[in-house]
Design a protein around this ligand. Structure first.
Ligand SMILES: Cc1ncc(COP(=O)(O)O)c(C=O)c1O
Length: 393
């Protein structure tokens, strides 16, 4: 605030709270990251290898995806959809995207939201109500958490991926809800580990639950055809409600839900983040259709990505670092202190690699971490540059 005459207690409150956040090394700043290539960006005027994107398959750069966007825009001579889907925002291109997603996910129908965030919020808040109970993993993405809050359901948070604790909490609390849900990421966005879907599936059957499964980081990355972790594990169940994004491995923007017709009709009527929000742009819908058809065929790339991820984890482990396990392309290095994690990220940037520092409240109080995300486009020498820089930091 520069105008002191309007300096009410309210503005002072904002300034003081921001200062306190700064003092704890928890403040956020939005820095320009100018894309230079599938794995490089310019940040603060420096060209660095980017380990901070979710474009796991490089599809944001794919010529076919870009071409589809340009052709759609030229054909209609239009960019934005101009309205929410129930008014005039749903074009033939949007309808085609819904069909493409439904086929991709082997489902009857699909619905596309403006973001994965909107998909989770709208889905959870419209499916669960105050008579219901939601069991929510403690490390779920903010959009699932916010969906739980908006639903007004009773929320029981269970310790991260602790199946025994979840079972116990379900036994104790299932009776409190008319309907009961488990809400979970399939690949956790900061820790890169996987929900135990087989166990969750068993609990759903045993206790009459439904699982709202956020496949944001698994879409395109797991499964024979890239459907996600449920496909990878061979779980086919009508107790799973599958949410995904177009924004990560598919290289576009948006979120979706695929499922039986009745589910999509419900969301069409009651998911407020869909009903009251402008449909995504026409070029984005065209690009997403193309990205899905390419992603389906990228089985070899999925295997390569998992291999790269396992190898990198092993190298980082040899350096004595506390690294999250598994084969997902999200690899956390736990540093646990916000100040130290910021310094580490800054040091790495000076050495030519960008790895974002993740701090509370995105992660728990003592859970600050460096979040490496791998792309199949990263070369061996780029990954070596990363490990050498980490060895020196
Ligand atoms: C697990 C998870 N779900 C949902 C979202 C939201 O997706 P979008 O970026 O498309 O809004 C994210 C994005 O960070 C995520 O990590």
């Amino acid at each position: 605030m520069t105008d002191k005459s309007s300096h009410s207690a309210f503005w002072s409150h904002l300034e003081d709270a921001l200062e306190a956040r700064h003092a704890e090394s928890l403040n956020r700043k939005c820095t320009v990251s100018e894309p230079l290539g599938p794995t490089t960006i310019s940040r603060n005027g420096k060209t660095v290898v980017n380990f901070g994107a979710n474009d796991y398959l490089g599809l944001a750069w794919h010529p076919g995806v870009r071409q589809a966007a340009m052709e759609a825009s030229h054909k209609l001579q239009k960019f934005g959809s101009g309205a929410s889907p129930l008014v005039t925002g749903q074009t033939e291109q949007h309808a085609k995207l819904r069909k493409t997603i439904a086929e991709f996910k082997d489902c009857e129908d699909a619905i596309v939201f403006s973001s994965g965030y909107a998909a989770n919020v709208g889905t959870v808040a419209s499916l669960a109500g105050k008579e219901d109970v939601i069991f929510s993993d403690s490390l779920n993405h903010a959009s699932l958490i916010d969906g739980c809050r908006l639903s007004r359901a009773q929320v029981v948070v269970y310790p991260h991926c602790d199946h025994d604790a979840l079972r116990q909490l379900v036994q104790q609390n299932r009776h409190r809800g008319r309907f009961a849900f488990i809400a979970t990421d399939s690949v956790f966005s900061m820790d890169g580990d996987l929900a135990q879907l087989a166990e969750i599936n068993r609990l759903c059957e045993e206790f009459d639950l439904h699982c709202i499964l956020d496949e944001a980081h698994a879409t395109g990355v797991y499964g024979e055809s890239g459907q996600g972790l449920a496909e990878h594990l061979g779980i086919i169940s009508n107790r799973f409600i599958s949410v995904g994004t177009l924004s990560k491995a598919l290289g576009c923007v948006g979120g979706f839900v695929a499922g039986p017709r009745v589910l999509i009709e419900w969301l069409t009527n009651f998911a407020r983040s869909w009903v009251y929000s402008t449909a995504s742009t026409i070029p984005n819908a065209a690009a997403a259709c193309q990205a899905i058809s390419i992603a389906k065929t990228m089985r070899a790339e999925r295997i390569q990505l998992a291999t790269q991820a396992v190898q990198l984890r092993a190298k980082l482990g040899q350096l004595g670092l506390q690294v999250g396990m598994g084969d997902s392309p999200i690899i956390p290095i736990y540093i646990n202190d916000p100040k130290r994690v910021l310094l580490a990220s800054e040091r790495l940037l000076q050495m030519g690699v960008y790895v974002p520092a993740i701090r509370p409240p995105t992660v728990p109080r003592d859970g600050s971490l460096l979040r490496i995300s791998l792309s199949v486009c990263h070369t061996e020498s780029e990954i070596d540059l990363l490990t050498n820089a980490i060895a020196l930091w």
